[in-house]
Structures are given as C-alpha cells and as structure tokens.
Design a protein around this ligand. Structure first.
Ligand SMILES: Cc1cc2nc3c(=O)[nH]c(=O)nc-3n(C[C@H](O)[C@H](O)[C@H](O)COP(=O)(O)OP(=O)(O)OC[C@H]3O[C@@H](n4cnc5c(N)ncnc54)[C@H](O)[C@@H]3O)c2cc1C
Ligand code: FES
Length: 353
C-alpha cells in the first residue's frame, strides 16, 4: 500500500471481468479475509482508479455499488457503465483485467433496506440497477416480501443483467413483478406512467430508487402518488467524488487550530468495538476530531453526500453543516454524519455501526 493511503484502504484483486453490455462491465474481486469487506445489499466500494486524470493527480477516487449479494455471491462485484467523457468509468471498462490490483475502501453507504418493509418497490435506471439488484436478490432469498421492480433503459441492448433478471422473474413467479421501461419503445418515463406500473401499496411498503436525478424525481412522485409513505422512499444518487479519500488524511484542524480542550464538549465514542472518550472541540466536525486523535473513523467524500461516515447519536445534540444523503427516516433514528457534525451539547455519546 502506498504510504499516503489511509489505513482503511485495502488492495483488491480483480479475478474476472464480465462484459455485461456494449458499455458496461462487471469487475469481480477476490474477497479479502476477515470482516472488513462484509457488506449489506445496496452498499458501495470506493476504488482508487489508476492513471492520470485531467486534474494532474495520479488516481481518481470513485464509488461503485456492489452488484453482488452477500450470502449468495462468494466474491465482491461492482458493475461500471461508461460515462460519456468521463475518466474513471472508461478507464475501468478499457483496462480492467484479471490479476489487476485496485485499492479500495471498505464497503459503505446507507442505501440498504432498514425499515422492515412488508413489500418492496424498486426503481432503477441504467447503471442504477447495481445496488438495486443486490437488494432485490437479498429480499427474494431472505424474506417473503413481494417485490416490484421497474427498470428503465434506453433500449434492450443497454439492459444490464437482462438474463439474470429474467431468471429471477421465472424463479419467483408472482413475488417478483418485473417491468422493463425501454425508452426506444415508450419514450422517457413520467410519474403518471411509472405510477400505473405499481401494485397497490401496503402500509409498510418501502421504495428504493437509483438512477439519474430526473428519473428519481419521477419515481419519487410516482411512489408518493401511489400512497407510499415519504419516509419510506429512499434514493441513491450517483456522482463523482470531488474530494479524495485516498489522499493523505487531511488535517482536521479548522483555521486557527481547534479550540482548546477546555472549551470542548466530551464525547463517548463507540468505534470498531472499542469505546473511547474524547474532547470534541466545538468548531471541529466529529470526523476530524477522531482522525486527529488517530482513531480509524470511516469516511469517503467528507462532503456530506455519501453517508460513509454515518453514526448514531445516542446522547446529546449535534448541528450538521450539510446533509445531502440522510433521509427523514434515518434522521428520526438518530443517524448523523461525522464529517458534518459539530457538537451542540457538553456531553455526547455516539456510536459507529
Ligand atoms: C454511491 C455511489 C455509487 C455509484 N455506483 C456506481 C455504479 O454502480 N456503477 C457506475 O457505473 N457508476 C456508479 N457511480 C458513479 C461513479 O462513481 C462515477 O461517478 C462514474 O463512473 C463517472 O465517473 P467518471 O470518472 O467516468 O466520470 P468523470 O470524469 O467524473 O466525469 C463525469 C461527467 O462530468 C463531465 N466532466 C468531467 N470533467 C468535467 C469538466 N472539467 N467540466 C465539465 N464536465 C466535466 C464528464 O464529461 C462526464 O460527463 C456511483 C457513484 C456513487 C456516489
Ligand atoms: S464522508 Fe461522505 S457523508 Fe461524510
């Protein structure tokens, strides 16, 4: 490992590259021993994609959702679709081959089924199928809930996992209601048309959406109009990181240095199975306070949009500067972002999953 990479970074070996469509490949990685790469359906890896991107750095950090399913697939798999004009997706599609080693951060993200649904509605568009197929397979294998999947693509040739989805539909019969929306046949989807594809929701139907923002807006409107509780509609947005979680850990000190521990709050922190009590300066976000003390706290974007640093607030109060990822359900359950949280109490207790 490069000395500048953070402690959480781990080399993953590519053991297979599967051409899924003309512009999407799956990379299969050998799963490292131990628990570090355990994951939940819907979570993502953050890969350090080699090369020389236009900004002059020698790698590009990018998140890719796991399209494999824990408990079913022995290996880790991500599926990368080419982005027109994009650096990392095209590099991976052109260069990834068995034997290649890529640095990765452990799985992260909050786009996982966590609200005990009695029915699932899944919406995916294009590469948005990757976390969704993992969630779908797990739900079918591990529960008895009925699942409706609406999957939008340009045309038949761009449907990733077409055969695998057909196989699941055949195997699970009425439990899986699979609808392909092909723009070549039906034009762009709209909320009314998407809503017409949904079964009548139960009280505890949850919806999971992944795809371009306009698609998710339509799907959110469709799910809400169908009667799905807004707190049960969960979205995963794909975008490229602007920060670099593989760069040497940036100093967490705010301009002028952190406030003296005398004026700091006290936090009891549960992390990686250990409990530590720290002084938490009032003007320093929790993630930086932990990293400055050498604690191996999880993070990816440091910008409030990936959920990779999420923790549960057990006692006290925090103020979040930015939150582009946690929904009302998570906030209501005490989930907060370490990279954005400032203390607003003297004595706090926080716990990382
Ligand atoms: C949680 C998460 C999960 C994800 N999962 C997946 C997945 O499973 N599969 C997948 O394929 N993707 C996934 N993504 C998206 C992925 O991380 C990348 O964003 C995607 O592959 C594009 O990266 P890129 O380097 O190819 O494009 P980039 O180089 O980042 O470019 C993105 C776009 O911006 C444009 N652009 C770049 N530079 C400039 C500039 N200077 N000015 C104007 N425009 C510019 C490019 O033309 C391109 O259209 C995920 C993202 C997140 C956050
Ligand atoms: S590290 Fe991404 S939200 Fe905090």
């Amino acid at each position: 490992m490069d000395p500048s990479t953070p402690a959480q970074s781990h080399p993953l070996e590519v053991i297979d590259v599967i051409e899924e469509t003309a512009d999407a490949v799956s990379l299969v990685f050998a799963r490292p021993a131990g628990e570090r790469f355990d994951y939940l359906p819907g979570q993502f890896l953050t890969l350090r994609v080699p090369g020389t991107p236009e900004d002059g750095t020698t790698w590009a950090p990018r998140c890719y959702s796991l399209s494999s399913t824990p408990g079913i697939d022995p290996h880790l798999q991500v599926t990368v679709k080419r982005t027109a004009g994009g650096y990392a997706s095209n590099w991976l599609c052109d260069n990834a081959k068995p034997g290649m080693i890529l640095e990765s951060l452990p799985p992260g993200g909050r786009f996982t089924v966590r609200d005990s649904p009695d029915a699932l509605v899944l919406f995916a568009a294009g590469s948005g199928i990757t976390p969704v197929i993992s969630i779908l397979r797990a739900a079918l294998a591990e529960s008895a809930v009925p699942v409706a999947l609406v999957y939008a693509n340009r045309d038949r040739g761009s449907v990733v996992f077409d055969a695998a989805l057909a196989e699941l539909a055949g195997a699970y019969g009425e439990r899986l209601r699979l609808t392909h929306w092909l723009e070549s046949e039906r034009g762009l989807p709209n909320a009314a048309a998407l809503g017409a594809l949904l079964p009548a929701p139960t009280v505890a139907t949850s919806a999971y959406l992944c795809g371009p923002a306009p698609f998710m807006d339509c799907a959110t409107e469709a799910a809400a109009a169908a009667g799905i509780d807004g707190a049960r509609i969960h979205r995963e947005a794909f975008s490229s990181l602007t920060g670099d979680p593989f760069a040497a850990t940036p100093s967490g000190a705010p301009a002028g240095g952190p406030t003296s521990p005398d004026g700091a709050a006290t936090a009891t922190v549960g992390l990686n199975g250990e409990t530590t009590v720290i002084a938490w300066p009032r003007d320093q976000v929790l993630l930086d306070a932990l990293l400055d003390r050498g604690l191996d706290a999880p993070y990816v974007c440091r910008e409030g949009n990936c959920g990779g640093c999420a923790f549960t607030l057990r006692r006290g109060e925090v103020h979040m500067l930015v939150n582009d990822t946690l929904d009302d359900y998570e906030l209501g359950n005490g989930v907060r972002l370490a990279c954005q949280s400032l203390p607003r109490a003297d004595d706090l207790e926080v716990e990382f999953d």
